[in-house]
Design a binder for this molecule. Structure first.
Ligand SMILES: *Cc1c(COP(=O)(O)O)cnc(C)c1O
Length: 399
């Protein structure tokens, strides 16, 4: 049976439809399955391999024991709405109304989905950087939007501001940014952010900003775009507890937006998941209330891991990026004689017992040539795992 429907748009948007109309598995699924089959160390998918703060885990268990097991309020539980508002005030000096400007979602993923479905009409353009997080392309397509991209060129992955200027027009409905950026680790600086605000004003566009790695920056400042003059009234800020508290399986995310925008997004969200994980909401609230030292230590520990894997990759003969944030580092396999990272990643578990993701998974076919030999590796793993991966990767020098 051939099943038609809007999924075709999503699959095509996410570059997962083969020429004969078959849905291909994502490269993430393929590489994770390959890692599992071969026993390779999986540095493909970006999730930590140890638990986050004890207090957060205990709070979820307590919530279950205390009977918080039924539908919570549609906008989110007051304790979490308050905690999100307090977090914005504490870290960024932003005053947020927890009752009207915050919405709890089922992960940042649902926040992105609901926002794009709510705000993008058929034919509207959505501008993102490229490479881009895979759900953006799928959701823009599902909303009937047109995806316009601005390249982050290797090896520095910084945006060319003239190209950004050229990409935003009166057809642009949304400028969707992600800083710190997955997959490149780029953290947008004030100049780029100011230009985005200026362009959004000039072309009456909405800014949507995915800041799930907001606390995972290494010696640079994360500047939420909504702190810039003129940004707030047209910005939807998206984040999540998954990356900050190493609870990626809990799927508690949120968005912060002016009430008119938020109500439009809520109108969609209530028919997607309706509400999100009751016992995890007070637990993430506990996390957001942890002392500053927790957030600083989490970033510092991750910075050490970036160095561990970075130096391991360098010793193995890769050319390696130095990400300013996120879970990810980009390695160029070309110096080792591998020019096609897709083929390389399919062989890497056999060659070195390690799995990664070719960067082209985040890039549209017309730009593949610019990223062909690049691989994304996740360094959000235990030090001993990164040491073992580094030792195994060193074998590549001899192949
Ligand atoms: C992990 C990730 C998400 C998804 O967050 P969830 O809270 O797990 O849904 C969204 N955006 C980016 C850039 C990510 O890396």
């Amino acid at each position: 049976m051939s099943v038609s429907g809007s999924w075709v748009r999503a699959a095509r948007g996410a570059m997962l439809l083969s020429d004969d109309g078959e849905l291909r598995p994502t490269i993430f699924a393929e590489m994770s399955a390959l890692a599992a089959r071969t026993g390779a160390i999986n540095l493909g998918q970006g999730y930590p391999d140890e638990d986050g703060p004890r207090a957060v885990l205990e709070a979820a268990k307590r919530a279950i024991d205390e009977g918080l097991n039924q539908y919570p309020p549609g906008r989110g539980m007051p304790v979490l709405l308050e905690a999100i508002a307090n977090h914005q005030q504490r870290f960024y000096g932003l005053r947020v109304d927890p009752e009207r400007e915050v919405l709890v979602t089922t992960g940042a993923t649902e926040a992105i989905a609901a926002t794009l479905l709510a705000l993008v009409d058929a034919g509207d353009e959505v501008v993102t950087f490229e490479p881009f997080y895979d759900s953006y392309a799928a959701m823009i397509a599902l909303a009937g939007g047109v995806h316009v991209t601005v390249a982050l060129p290797a090896p520095a992955f910084r945006p060319d501001l003239d190209r950004l200027r050229a990409a935003v027009t009166d057809r642009t409905r949304v400028i969707l940014i992600n800083s710190p950026h997955n997959p490149t680790g780029t953290v947008l600086d004030r100049e780029a952010l100011e230009l985005i605000v200026e362009l959004a004003h000039r072309h009456d566009a909405i800014i949507v900003t995915d800041e799930v790695y907001e606390h995972l920056v290494f010696g640079v400042e994360h500047i939420p775009i909504s702190t810039l003059p003129g940004a707030r009234e047209r910005t939807v800020t998206i984040s999540s507890g998954g990356k900050t508290f190493s609870t990626t399986g809990w799927k508690i995310g949120w968005l912060i937006a002016p009430p008119e925008l938020l109500d439009a997004i809520l109108a969609v969200k209530q028919f997607l998941s309706y509400v999100s994980g009751a016992p995890f909401q007070p637990a993430i609230a506990t996390g957001l209330g942890l002392p500053d030292s927790y957030f600083a230590d989490a970033a510092a520990a991750l910075a050490v891991k970036r160095e561990l894997l970075g130096s391991g990759l360098r010793r193995a003969g890769f050319e390696v990026s130095r990400p300013d944030g996120s879970y990810f580092i980009i390695a160029d396999a070309a110096p080792l004689g591998f020019i096609d990272a897709v083929e390389f990643c399919r062989r890497l578990p056999q060659l070195a017992g390690v799995a990664g993701i070719p960067l082209t998974a985040f890039v549209r076919p017309e730009r593949h040539a610019d990223y062909r030999s690049l691989v994304r590796f996740a360094f959000c793993k235990r030090a001993e795992v990164l040491d073992r991966a580094s030792a195994q990767l060193a074998q590549l020098r001899r192949t």
